[in-house]
Design a protein around this ligand. Structure first.
Ligand code: GDP
Length: 440
């Protein structure tokens, strides 16, 4: 995510690293580089200029701190200002009321329907809500089908009226249905157009006036950069929306939309969406995003994702097994499954400080574990529970069964052995109790 911007900012800081203190003179090149990096990431020039002016004032005015060098001081100032530019602190979603109504608007293809499904899934699984999805696209029957399929995947009811050509009435009826069925949030997916047009705007505005939503979320494809910002402005002028959703952050996004939208429309980004799967939705935290842009990773989010998948009982059992040096292939497989549930692998890697950069040219697909899983799946339950059983002839059989070379099986067995040795060493150290998630 924002790889190019991260690299450019990092190299901008290099100019100032060796200096004893920040002065107007020695900061000039760094400031210029930061501005260029932002403009090249598709941030509007005016915003980039204002940003670097603020950074410059703060840097020159800042006290000389003995504990950090000017380079580090600059990074901190830029980090704080980036977070500020993206809204400062996270913006909560208003889901009060019975039902709370959330209206989704945006251009066709921006990811509205996908987001509606993800939001319903988020509210259901993370907030304990009972949502109802409403399909208010009266032009494209396929849009209703799409929402119905998504609803089926996440186990959320979808309200639609295929024959009704009155989007306002559909929205109102959906709310009635929600009340009758004790649903406490209604998410209304509206029609989109390829470009902004009057009919579309009027239709969404009419729905808004009729249902007075708690939230109007504007969904926009982050890959469209400055266009995203212009579209946001047009929608906001007409709808006065309450928040922005940036989609497709898993793509090759430069960062312009994320960095300029809040400034332009003065509405917070509430969610970022990074994938087509229903669980790839994240609350937007400006400070964490600033850290990621600066290549510092985002350990907080990583730990939260891990905790969300973390089964306390299972973890305790696992800890015991590790302590007794009984960690086996079945445990290994379960761990892989938990990691996979945490989300897109490349995205997870990017949350580890420095890792995003190190891995930038490496293609990591979500199938990365497939080979290892195939090997484990080809073992008998006895072999999984007792890796010592696995003789050379058994390895041959496993290789055949998993469609792997014997060399690959041997390499994996060796890695597993090394991992167990590591665990046993850690058990002997007092630090063993500090393994993440374990020992508590
Ligand atoms: P709508 O016309 O605004 O309802 O857009 P859709 O929800 O139908 O999305 C348009 C296309 O973008 C679909 O192919 C989605 O699968 C895809 N899409 C939506 N959100 C994301 C995302 O966050 N990442 C990626 N890679 N694709 C997405």
């Amino acid at each position: 995510m924002f790889q190019n911007l991260s690299e450019r900012l990092e190299s901008a800081f290099k100019n100032i690293k060796g200096e004893g203190r920040i002065t107007e003179l020695n900061i000039a090149a760094t400031v210029k580089d930061i501005r260029r990096a932002l403009v090249d990431a598709d941030v509007n020039y005016k915003i980039a200029k204002e940003f670097t002016d603020t950074v410059k004032d703060k840097a020159i005015g800042s006290k000389v701190l003995l504990a950090v060098n000017p380079g580090q001081q600059m990074v901190k100032i830029v980090q704080d200002e980036l977070a500020e530019l993206m809204g400062g602190t996270e913006a909560e979603l208003d889901i009060k009321g019975s039902p709370a109504v959330i209206l989704i608007a945006g251009l066709q293809g921006s990811g509205k329907t996908t987001f509606s499904g993800k939001l319903a899934n988020y509210l259901k699984t993370k907030k304990g809500k009972s949502p109802l999805l409403a399909a208010a696209d009266i032009y494209r029957p396929a849009a209703i089908d799409q929402l119905t399929v998504l609803g089926g995947q996440i186990g959320v009811d979808v309200y639609s009226e295929r024959e009704n050509k009155d989007a306002v009435a559909i929205a109102q009826n959906a709310i009635k249905e929600a009340k009758a069925k004790n649903k406490n949030v209604v998410i209304i997916d509206t029609a989109g157009r390829l470009a902004i047009d009057e009919v579309l705007m009027t239709e969404v505005a009419n729905i808004r006036n009729a249902v007075t939503p708690n939230e109007i979320l504007f969904v926009v494809d982050s890959m469209t950069g400055q266009d995203a910002v212009n579209t946001a402005k047009a929608f906001n002028d007409r709808l006065d929306f309450t928040g922005v959703v940036l989609t497709k952050l898993d793509g090759d996004t430069r960062g312009g939309a994320a960095l300029s939208i809040k400034y332009t429309v003065n509405k917070p980004i509430k969610f970022v969406s990074s994938g087509e799967k229903m669980d790839t939705l994240d609350v937007f935290y400006p400070d964490r995003m600033a850290q990621r842009i600066l290549g510092m990773g985002d350990i907080t989010s990583l730990v939260e994702k891990a905790q969300a998948q973390f089964d306390e009982e299972q973890a305790k059992k696992l800890e015991k097994k590790i302590r007794k040096n009984q960690f086996d292939f079945e445990d290994f497989k379960q761990q892989l499954e938990q990691i996979k549930k945490m989300g897109n692998l490349k995205d997870l890697m990017g949350m580890i400080p420095g890792m995003g950069k190190a891995m930038k040219d490496i293609e990591i697909s979500d199938d990365a574990f497939k080979g290892v899983e195939a090997i484990i799946n080809s073992m008998t339950p006895q072999e999984r529970a007792n890796p010592d059983l696995i003789s050379q002839s058994r390895r041959m059989r496993i290789a055949k069964g998993s469609g792997k070379d014997i060399a690959e099986v041997n390499a994996f067995m060796k890695q597993f052995e090394q991992m167990k040795q590591m665990m046993s060493m850690m058990n002997k150290m007092p630090m063993g109790r500090m393994m993440p998630g374990l020992g508590r």
